[in-house]
Design a protein around this ligand. Structure first.
Ligand SMILES: Cc1ncc(C[n+]2csc(CCOP(=O)(O)OP(=O)(O)O)c2C)c(N)n1
Length: 663
C-alpha cells in the first residue's frame, strides 16, 4: 500500500513496545497467560498491521478484508492488544479482564469475526492448516465472482505460526496441499525463536524448516524479526510472489525486552511485578504506568488504518457498480455472504422409497449427485477414498491450481489436514464435506473438535461404519468411534438406516449451524423408511407393535435397524409384540421434549438397544433393566455377515436376548 523504501522511525518502535506492554500488563493482571510470544513478535507483527494488513475496524466483517490467523493462540494477549489499539470493539476494560470468566478476552480465542478474531487456535497446527482452507476459499470466491473490471475478492490470508505449529504433523499435511495448489495469497510469518516449552528447540526440532517448505513448493525467506525495515522488505517480496504460498522465518527473541528473554520460562509465566518493571524500563516506558498508550501512538494507528478504510470504501462502490453490471451474480454474492442456501433446495432430495437395497454410502452419493447442481457452495472431497466414500459427484470439477472454482478436493491421504482445511472453507461460507473411513475419524478429531467449538457447519462422511466391513479386519472395523464422536459437544452424529434416512440426514446437516458426522455403511441395506421420516427428531417409532402396548422396544441405529425389523417380525410370530425405534442420533433425540421421548421410549416397557459398536452410553435409553447388544472388543477378519454373526448380531440372538429380558 505504501511505496518503497519503507521508513521506520521511533514511533513505529514505540507502537510495537506499546503492544508488548499491553500484553504484558494483561498477563500480569490475570497472573496467567503467555508474555513470551507477544514480546517476541511485536516488531514484525506491527509491521504487518501498520503497513500491510488490509482491514477496517469500522467494518470488521467487510468480506474482502485480509485475514489474520493467530495459529499460535497462546499469544492471544497480543491479538487482544492489537484489536484494542486498532479500534476493534474491544475496550481496555476487557483487556484488563484477560482470561476472566465472562470476558471476551478468553485464554485462547476461537472465532469471532465481528471482534476481529478471524480464527485463532489453541491446539497448535490447526490455525495454519485452516488458513490453507481460507486461502483456497479466497481463490475459489475470486474465480467465481471476479469479472473483468470487477475484483470483488482479492485478499491475503496472513498467519502467525510458532515452532509448535510447524512441529505438528497437521501443518505439514496442509502446507503440502497449499504448495500443490499454489496459494500465492497465503503468507505465513513464522516466529522462529528457537524456544518451546521444553527449552531450546535443539532438543527435538532440528530439521531445516524452510527447506521443507521449499520442497512443498513454497516461497521461503528468512529475516531478523526485530528489524522492521527488513521485515517490510521480506513481506513485499512475499506479496510479489503470486504463484506460491510464502513463509517468512522471522528470527526473534522470545520475551524480548524482559529479564527472561530467550528462556522457555517466559513462554507461559507472567513476568511478576519486578519483571514487568524491568521490562518497561528496558523498553523506555514509565515503569509505574499500567496499560499505557503513549499519545503519539494513536495518530500513527489512525494513519495506518486509512488505506484499509479507503480500500473498503472503494470496494463498496465497486459492489454497487457490480450490482448493475452483473445483477444475477450479485444476487449469488449476497447469498454467499449471508451463508444461506437457495430457497427450496430440499425439494431436490431424492426419494428412495421402494428402491432396491443400497449401502447408505451409496445413497449418500446419490444425494450429493442431486444436490451438487443446485448448491453452488457445496465443496466435497475425500482423503483418497473418493470411490469408497462415494463423495465425488458426477461431472465433478476438481479444484487445482488451474481451476480453483471446482467442487471437489482430492485431499490425498491427509485426514487431519482435510478436517482443518474444511474449517477454513467454512469460515468463508463454503459448505464443505469430506470423507474417510469411520475408523480413521480419530485422525481428524482435533479439527472436528474445533469445528464444534466454533460452530462451523462442516459435514464428515464417515463410511465403512462397523464390523460389517468384514475382511479388512479389526484395524478397519470401527468399534468405539461412533460413541466417541457422540462425546464431542456440538457435533451431531447421524447413523441413518437406509436411503430416506440418509437424505434426511443430509438435510439436517445442511440446515445446521455446526458440524455433523454422517455414519454410513459399506454394505447394502433394505429401504424401510418413508421420505418424510423422523430422523430429525433423533429417534422415532419406525414400526409399532400391533397391540397398543408393546412387550419390548427394540432400539437400533444404522445397519442394525433392518435387523431389528426382521427380529420384530419373528417375535410377532412367537406372540411377542415389538416396537422398533430407529435411533440415528442421540444428540437430536436428547434435544426433544420429555413427552416425546417418553412416548417413543416408554418407561415401563423393557428395551433392547442394538448397535454394532461400543455399548457405553446406551444404558441411558434402555435403563438398568434393559439390555444392550453391542461390541466391546476389537472385531475380527472375515466376511461381513460372518463377523456380524460371530458378535451376536443375528435374529436368533436378538430373540434370545428378548426372551431373557421378558423372563
Ligand atoms: C496440539 C498442542 N499440543 C500442545 C500444546 C501445548 N503448548 C502450548 S504452546 C507449546 C509450545 C510452545 O512453543 P512454540 O510453539 O515455539 O511457542 P513459543 O514458546 O515460541 O511462544 C505447547 C507444547 C498445544 N497448545 N497444542
Amino acid at each position: 500500500m505504501t511505496t518503497l523504501p519503507a521508513h521506520y522511525d521511533k514511533i513505529d518502535q514505540t507502537l510495537a513496545n506499546t503492544l508488548r506492554l499491553l500484553a504484558v500488563d494483561a498477563v500480569q493482571e490475570a497472573n496467567s497467560g503467555h508474555p513470551g510470544l507477544p514480546l517476541g513478535v511485536a516488531d514484525f507483527v506491527s509491521v504487518l498491521w501498520t503497513r500491510f494488513l488490509k482491514h477496517d475496524p469500522a467494518q470488521p466483517e467487510w468480506p474482502d478484508r485480509d485475514r489474520f490467523v493467530l495459529s499460535a493462540g497462546h499469544g492471544s494477549a497480543l491479538l487482544y492488544s492489537l484489536l484494542h489499539l486498532f479500534g476493534y470493539p474491544l475496550p481496555l476494560d476487557e483487556l484488563k479482564r484477560f482470561r476472566q470468566l465472562g470476558a471476551i478476552t478468553a485464554g485462547h480465542p476461537e472465532y469471532d469475526p465481528a471482534l476481529g478474531i478471524e480464527l485463532t487456535t489453541g491446539p497448535l497446527g490447526q490455525g495454519i492448516s485452516s488458513a490453507v482452507g481460507m486461502a483456497l476459499a479466497e481463490r475459489w470466491l475470486a474465480q467465481r465472482f471476479n469479472r473483468p473490471g470487477f475484483t470483488l475478492v482479492d485478499h491475503t490470508t496472513w498467519v502467525l505460526a510458532s515452532d509448535g505449529d510447524l512441529m505438528e504433523g497437521v501443518s505439514s499435511e496442509a502446507a503440502s496441499l497449499a504448495g500443490h495448489w499454489g496459494l500465492g495469497k497465503l503468507i505465513v510469518l513464522y516466529d522462529d525463536n528457537h524456544i518451546s516449552i521444553d527449552g531450546n528447540t535443539q532438543v527435538s526440532f532440528t530439521e531445516d524448516v524452510l527447506q521443507r517448505f521449499s520442497s512443498y513448493g513454497w516461497h521461503i525467506s528468512r529475516v531478523d524479526g526485530h528489524d522492521m525495515a527488513a521485515v517490510d522488505t521480506a513481506i513485499r517480496t512475499a506479496q510479489a510472489e503470486t504463484q506460491r504460498p510464502s513463509i517468512i522465518a522471522c528470527r526473534t527473541q522470545i520475551g524480548f525486552g524482559s529479564p527472561m528473554v530467550n528462556t522457555a520460562k517466559v513462554h507461559g509465566s507472567p513476568l511478576g511485578p519486578a519483571g514487568v518493571r524491568a521490562t518497561k524500563e528496558a523498553l523506555g516506558f514509565p515503569a509505574d504506568e499500567k496499560f499505557y498508550v503513549p499519545a503519539a501512538v494513536r495518530p500513527r494507528i489512525a494513519q495506518a488504518l486509512r488505506p484499509g478504510a479507503q480500500a473498503r470504501a472503494h470496494w463498496q462502490a465497486q459492489l454497487q457498480a457490480y450490482r448493475q453490471a452483473h445483477p444475477q451474480l450479485a444476487a449469488q454474492w449476497d447469498e454467499q455472504i449471508s451463508g444461506k442456501l437457495p430457497a427450496g433446495w430440499q425439494n431436490s432430495l431424492p426419494d428412495f422409497s421402494n428402491q432396491k437395497p443400497m449401502a447408505t454410502r451409496a445413497t449418500s452419493g446419490q444425494v450429493i449427485a442431486a444436490l451438487t447442481p443446485i448448491l453452488p457452495t457445496l465443496v466435497g472431497g475425500s482423503a483418497d477414498l473418493s470411490g469408497s466414500n462415494k463423495t465425488n459427484p458426477p461431472n465433478q470439477q476438481t479444484i487445482n491450481r488451474q481451476n480453483y472454482h471446482g467442487n471437489y478436493i482430492h485431499y490425498g491421504v491427509r485426514e487431519h489436514a482435510m478436517g482443518a482445511i474444511m474449517n477454513g472453507l467454512a469460515v468463508h461460507n463454503l459448505r464443505p464435506f469430506g470423507g474417510t473411513f469411520l475408523v480413521f475419524s480419530d485422525y481428524l478429531r482435533g479439527a472436528i473438535r474445533l469445528a464444534a467449538l466454533m460452530k462451523l457447519p462442516v459435514i464428515y462422511i464417515f463410511t465403512h461404519d462397523s464390523i460389517g466391513v468384514g475382511e479388512d479386519g479389526p484395524t478397519h472395523q470401527p468399534i468405539e468411534h461412533v460413541t466417541s464422536l457422540r462425546l464431542i459437544p456440538g457435533l451431531v452424529t447421524l447413523r441413518p438406516a437406509d436411503g430416506n434416512e440418509t437424505a434426511k440426514a443430509w438435510q439436517v446437516a445442511l440446515e445446521r449451524q455446526g458440524p455433523t458426522a454422517l455414519i454410513l455403511t459399506r454394505q447394502a441395506l433394505p429401504q424401510m423408511t418413508a421420505k418424510n421420516n423422523g430422523l430429525h427428531r433423533g429417534a422415532y417409532i419406525l414400526q409399532d407393535s400391533a397391540t397398543s402396548r408393546p412387550d419390548i422396544v427394540l432400539i437400533a441405529s444404522g445397519s442394525e435397524v433392518a435387523l431389528a425389523m426382521e427380529a420384530a417380525q419373528t417375535l410377532q410370530a412367537q406372540n411377542i409384540q415389538a416396537r422398533v425405534v430407529s435411533m440415528p442420533s442421540w444428540e437430536l433425540f436428547d434435544a426433544q421434549e420429555a413427552a416425546y421421548r417418553a412416548q417413543v421410549l416408554p418407561a415401563d416397557v423393557p428395551k433392547l438397544a442394538i448397535e454394532a459398536g461400543a455399548g457405553l452410553g446406551w444404558r441411558r435409553y434402555v435403563g438398568l433393566d434393559g439390555a444392550v447388544l453391542s461390541i466391546d472388543s476389537f472385531g475380527a477378519s472375515g466376511p461381513g455377515s460372518a463377523v456380524f454373526a460371530k458378535f451376536g448380531f443375528t435374529v436368533e440372538n436378538i430373540i434370545a436376548m428378548v426372551r431373557q429380558l421378558l423372563a
